[in-house]
Design a protein around this ligand. Sequence first.
Ligand code: ATP
Ligand code: MG
Ligand code: FE
Length: 358
Amino acid sequence: PLVLGIETSCDETGIGIVRGTTLLANVIASSMDEHARYGGVVPEVAARAHLEELVPAIEAAVAESGIRLEDLDAIAVTSGPGLAGALMVGVGAAKALALALGKPIYAVNHLVGHVGADVLRLGESDTVPLEYPTIALLVSGGHTSLLLVRDLTSDVELLGETIDDAAGEAFDKVARILGMPYPGGPRIDAAAATGDPRAIRFPRGLSRPKDMDEHRYDFSFSGLKTSVARWVEHREDAGEPVPVSDVAASFREAVVDILLTKAVAACADYGVPRLLLGGGVIANARLRQVAIERTDAAGLTLRIPPLSLCTDNGAMIAALGAQLIMNGHEPSTLDFGADSTLPVEQIQVAPAPVVPAV
Ligand code: ATP
Ligand code: MG
Ligand code: FE
């Protein structure tokens, strides 16, 4: 099926067009720069940017793919989770487009969309898609979630998530402590390249034995961030220079260790031999390197979609819509809305009831 996907859950206006598992267009307009002076994504600014970017992005995606809107089989849109005002812009646009074209609409879960990105083939040479079940680790500015995906369109279970800051958020906050501008992830990553990851032993949140019952697969990064802040303050109070590269490398090492220890443990506990990574923090060089090392050592298959499909995008939403169609799911009824706290188990919102054949 030919599907157009609309993604507006955070600061990326994403329009993607796919035919089945083939990517035809993936247009992304980010309002990241507009948020930079506030040090983080401002919901109202994001929503307004979506409003401005959406129509040009749709036009660009249609042009890039060479399709005609009339030829679409369906529209897919992110219903949640995300910023309410930002989501509403995409949901409104998707409904308008579906009504105007007379096409069915699939309202889907943003996090499951990140997993769905993996099915997309970018060209003839691309590798085979991941099999199921798989453990999925999604790490971005707004999410840090560990999922057990038994079936992309019908069975996703949340194993754990962050109880405070998201991993990307921690990168952004620590970058600020070190005097780097937003977004901090790429800056920390660059500074860490010349630092010693063993210079400072920062705490690994929720990894002590006593945390292992209730919070076995949950994450915590706010203690780590505070610990970095204290360490830097101590240095400054003592009038000593702050070894920025060493702090960045040691902090990055702690985040990577926390994320992969829990993800690999989940694979072992559930007897799942596969790990899929997704989300904007996957851009982190050290995270990808350690992921390769640890999954190799544990005999696990590792999948990392290309970065353009890891950060928020419309193609992954279109891909999930196409998967729902191919697996016989009915479209959503038009009464769905934006749900900022949509649980990950809810893959599709407001699916039409299946009418039994008589
Ligand atoms: P959502 O949470 O809805 O997916 P988001 O916009 O917050 O949306 P992304 O756009 O996927 O998330 O990712 C942005 C985050 O990734 C920022 O927090 C940024 O600092 C972080 N990031 C980007 N590159 C790197 C990197 N190389 N290392 C670490 N973090 C990075
Ligand atoms: Mg973003
Ligand atoms: Fe996302």
